[in-house]
Ligand binder design. Sequence first.
Ligand SMILES: [Mg+2]
Length: 315
Amino acid sequence: MKPLIHDSSQLAPLYARYRARLCHNDSQLGDRLLAGKMQQLAFAELSAQFDLILLDAYGVLYRGKKVIPGAPEAVARLYQQGRAVRVLSNNASQTPEHLSKQLHDMGFCFPQKDIITSGMAIADSLAAAPWQNQPYYLIGSEESLLAYAPDQQRLCVNLRPGAGWQDARFLLMCSNRDYYGQQQQQQVESLLAQQPLPIVLANPDLVTPEESGAVSVVAGYTAATWVDRFHCPWVGLGKPFAPVYQRIHQEFPHLSPQRCLMVGDTLDTDILGGAAQGFVTCLTLSGAYAHEQNLPELCRQRAIRPDFVVTSIAA
Ligand SMILES: [Mg+2]
């Protein structure tokens, strides 16, 4: 059973930690985040001004199992108009193949090569210091393990025959799926009590919306509670952090950041992360803030103002 959060205000200090870290690395980011004009425009008119459109998945293309009305047609129009389009998702528990099939079944026309997930940043990040060749404890689904966890038979202590989970030198958090209520929690917490191991956070999202309107916690929230309780160091790979954007920069090395539009439904991952890359940002109200009564006040509290606001990518 996933723990639910009924008072989303308790998430603010946890998200503020992301902002503080990114602003620490970029002294002008705070000013840029406050300079967003939150201009309201039809998405078709807005998207025509950019060469590359990055679309968050959950809350932009679909919500739960439901497609956002008109979103598949809006995406098809972008391709017809010759725009470069990429899905940029913090999903580190599904393979790109699985996500691609899910989107195809929903009526979207994305080729699989245009889907980028934070899970794809794992192998690149862990191939370098300080993580290279270090045994790790993986928190994630079997799918994420097979798809993303590098060198699983040799380094992942959950899988390595004969290896003790006490051998882990860091935690790799892909998702909480298949995790709640399991023996893992006790293992990890006893491990962290002995030594505050670093946490590599592939999905920094704190919560995900449920059909009921409540939100349930996901990997970022669990990581944040461990960071607070055990004083673990941590690094983020997914939005709003830089590693997930590396493939974009590799694929479009000559693109001016101002020709790229980042579209997402949350301020603290999509808009913050896009602004940190120098991209123009667009908040869509088709996801996390679909029921938000006072968006300007929320943006003031978070000190994050998107450049543009749309009702949905179909509007
Ligand atoms: Mg989203």
